[in-house]
Design a protein around this ligand. Structure first.
Ligand code: FES
Ligand code: FES
Length: 162
């Protein structure tokens, strides 16, 4: 018989009580039980970064994290981004403007890593931006357009004194 455990996960500010097996991965709980389909699963080995979410503000591979480990933490997924009116936030709009996505598979993970970077440093230089996304594998764009979008975000923040 498979054992299960009750776990309460705080995702994007909302508490969810679910039942999982101890081996259930956070990525699978988010997608399969909580409907957070923006969290993508690529390699399931911690290599590609597609499944990256923020846990207590830190980028975490949700394919390497058990759901039970995340109890008591604040989890943020790509669905938490955007403006209160439902529109895209400025970084997301930048990705759109610069054609920073094609298939979009890697995009949620990269957006979450960049979100953490911009919280830490609102105007990072290009080297810092490239360093932040180096753990993400994109098979489509060659990264240049995403970097351009992030550099623009950085420059806008600097100009606006954020
Ligand atoms: S799916 Fe988690 S790192 Fe690739
Ligand atoms: S946009 Fe397709 S994998 Fe990155």
């Amino acid at each position: 018989m498979t054992s299960t455990e009750a776990v309460t996960l705080s995702v994007n500010g909302q508490q969810h009580s679910i039942t999982v097996e101890p081996r259930t991965l956070l990525a699978d709980a988010l997608r399969g039980q909580l409907g957070s389909k923006g969290t993508h699963i690529g390699c399931e080995h911690g290599v590609c970064g597609a499944c990256t979410v923020l846990v207590d503000g830190h980028p975490v591979r949700s394919c390497l994290t058990f759901a039970v480990q995340a109890e008591g933490s604040e989890i943020e997924t790509v669905e938490s981004l955007g403006e209160p009116d439902g529109g895209l936030n400025s970084l997301q709009r930048g990705f759109q403007r610069h054609h920073g996505l094609q298939c979009g598979f890697c995009t949620p993970g990269i957006l979450m890593s960049l979100t953490q970077l911009f919280r830490e440093d609102p105007s990072p230089d290009e080297e810092r931006i490239r360093d932040q996304i180096q753990g993400h594998i994109c098979r489509c764009t060659g990264y240049q357009q995403m970097v351009e979008a992030a550099v623009e975000e950085s420059e806008t923040n600097a100009k606006e004194g954020r």
